[in-house]
Design a protein around this ligand. Structure first.
Ligand SMILES: NC(=O)C1=CN([C@@H]2O[C@H](COP(=O)(O)OP(=O)(O)OC[C@H]3O[C@@H](n4cnc5c(N)ncnc54)[C@H](O)[C@@H]3O)[C@@H](O)[C@H]2O)C=CC1
Ligand SMILES: O=C(O)C1=NCCCC1
Length: 314
């Protein structure tokens, strides 16, 4: 007899099983530590393959990973489009395939967009917990798309900021954001206004040239740099990259994919997983940048979490 056909777990179901991104924190912390432990950590994850769709200004990313600690095998397929022709279609769309690692059978096809939004924000929250200055009061979000919402949700759940500010290239989206979320948000007219005096900054834009500059940044602030995932794209300027202590999710990925890292020539201090494990210090008293590119193993543990919850009938 062949294996059972794969199940499909759509966006609504994924959202139901992953209603709070913080549910992923223990699994993601373990995955980051395992990834940064080399062969001993049991994570097999190549740098993602990205196929440009030149004619349409898009990209297809293929992101496979196996985690021995979780005995979970997945690949995510993610498309992201720089110039959206149809604004009713999200700029990023994703699907995660979950395999039975014992025999390679496909067990489930999961919507990957909710997973991508939540696991990315949860990883930024892990970085922030470790790297932000003590008594951080002001959170600033640059960008008002999908990732802005997921970052807002987990950051306001985990931390107690006195003020949250948002800036977006088109102000209407920032206003819509402020009117949609559960809590007060200050809409700023310029990125500089939003960033000035902020203790924690999140950049979640589709910018390809810098939108955040070192001379705006409060000394000791922590920045989660989440956008600019192509080797010729930037969100942060050279000054900020070079005068901060730089943390990345994956050294190999940062040196292959991150324009902010490659073009600034900034030195990587540590992988986030090394800080989680305690083999590298966090240095929260310094100005810190966490350059996030997104790792396949984050999708692996998130998909397993959703599948296990779905299978248990939760
Ligand atoms: N590091 C990671 O793990 C992941 C990173 N990302 C990246 O995070 C960023 C945000 O993703 P989403 O929120 O899903 O995208 P989105 O399309 O929902 O939102 C993007 C926001 O950027 C703004 N924007 C577009 N072009 C801009 C420009 N040239 N300058 C300034 N702002 C601009 C838009 O107005 C919008 O508010 C993207 O760069 C994306 O590739 C996305 C998923 C995972
Ligand atoms: O990790 C991901 O998923 C992505 N990272 C960079 C942009 C595309 C999606």
């Amino acid at each position: 007899m062949g294996s059972a056909p794969p199940v499909f777990i759509g966006a609504e179901e994924v959202e139901k099983h992953l209603h709070r991104a913080s549910l992923l924190l223990p699994a993601l912390e373990a995955a980051l530590g395992n990834f940064s432990s080399g062969a001993a950590g049991g994570v097999a994850q190549p740098v993602r393959t990205v196929v440009p769709v030149h004619r349409h200004g898009g990209f297809l990313g293929v992101m496979p990973a196996y985690s021995a600690a979780d005995d979970a095998l997945t690949t995510k397929l993610v498309t992201f489009y720089e110039h959206k022709k149809d604004s009713s279609v999200p700029s990023h769309q994703a699907t995660v395939l979950l395999f039975d690692p014992r025999n390679g059978s496909l067990k489930a096809v999961l919507d990957g967009s909710v997973i991508t939004a939540k696991r990315t924000a949860a990883v930024s929250a892990i970085a922030t917990k470790l790297l932000m200055p003590p008594f951080a009061e002001v959170l600033c979000i640059l960008g008002a798309g999908v990732q802005a919402y997921s970052h807002y949700d987990i950051f306001t759940e985990l931390f107690t900021f006195k003020e949250v500010r948002i800036w977006n290239r088109t102000k209407e989206k920032a206003v819509k954001f402020a009117n949609s979320v559960n809590g007060p948000v200050q809409v700023c007219s310029s990125a500089q206004e939003a960033v000035t005096g902020a203790d924690v900054v999140v950049t979640v834009t589709m910018a390809t040239t810098p939108i955040l500059f070192g001379d705006w940044i409060k000394p000791g602030a922590h920045i989660n740099a989440v956008g600019a995932s192509r080797p010729d794209w930037r969100e942060l300027d050279d000054e900020l990259m070079k005068n901060s202590v730089l943390f990345v999710d994956s050294r190999d990925a940062a040196l292959t994919e991150s324009g902010d890292v490659i073009l600034s020539g900034a030195e990587i201090f540590a992988e986030l997983g090394e800080v989680v494990k305690g083999t590298k210090p966090a240095l929260p008293e310094k100005t810190t940048v966490f350059k996030s590119l997104g790792m396949a193993v984050e999708d692996t543990v998130a998909a397993k979490f959703v599948y296990d919850s779905w299978s248990a009938g939760n």
